[in-house]
Design a protein around this ligand. Sequence first.
Ligand code: TA6
Length: 286
Amino acid sequence: MPIEQSDTEITLIHPANQETSVRILLHGANVLSWKVNGAEQLWLSEGAILDGSKAVRGGIPLVFPVFGKATEGPTSTLPQHGFARLSTWEFLGQTISNPLTVQFGLGPENVTESLRKAWDFDFTLIYTIALDNDTLTTSLRVENSDKVEWDFQTLFHTYFKIPDVDKVAVSGLTGVAVKDKVSKTDYVEPNSLVTIQSEVDRVYENVDQDVAILSDQKPIFDITRTNLDDVVVWNPWVNTSKNLADFKPDTGFQSLICVEAGSVSKWTKLAPGESWQATEVIKARL
Ligand code: TA6
């Protein structure tokens, strides 16, 4: 069967290639694993907590309705990165057979009472995941089902598995305005390739080119975005990863880079009944 379902997870298996698959945890609708021809493409912490008591450290956590921690406004009472990654989604089933495509849904009824009280609006999220030969497509539809306007930020917090952080680079970011959370400065990216030599936590705003991840100068992932203007690059390096209780092993930062497609530098407003949709396509090239 191309779709396997347990109480907590959904696995899609490529109908023409058993070695290509994607595994999704209903908690957070968090993609835990994406294999292409047997090769894992995503980094998942060995200490990731998968029992629904915490957000998953790795794979693709979904950030909604706030990126980071807001200091003001209606999302300021929510925990960092919002509630989508802290809630158990409903599996809505398969929508297309080729490419194999499934959907997950989240509404206020799926969110814990305390989180719901913290952001008390009606909404519908539909998350679509499609598995093809060498691509994984994730698409989020956000709908305002309330009678009042609200606004949001969102992001696919993708942890890419890489052979070696010392050899990795990100292209497509030259000349882009950056908010650097480590140096606490704003500047324009001068480099044609962004490399990682220490902790990196940057928001690249309004990136109009396609972004790629390279290893040893060869592209290993192509990332295509629709309606996701911003790209966050994060690597926690030695000290920050040590301070994350669910980050295992300690050396894990050497085999991951987060390149996160999102809409986070501005707030998207939705009037009652309005909806918004965004898509990311990741192509594995190794
Ligand atoms: O997307 C980068 C970031 O916002 C970093 O600032 C870092 O804190 C990371 O996400 C992980 O956040 P988390 O809440 O999952 O520990």
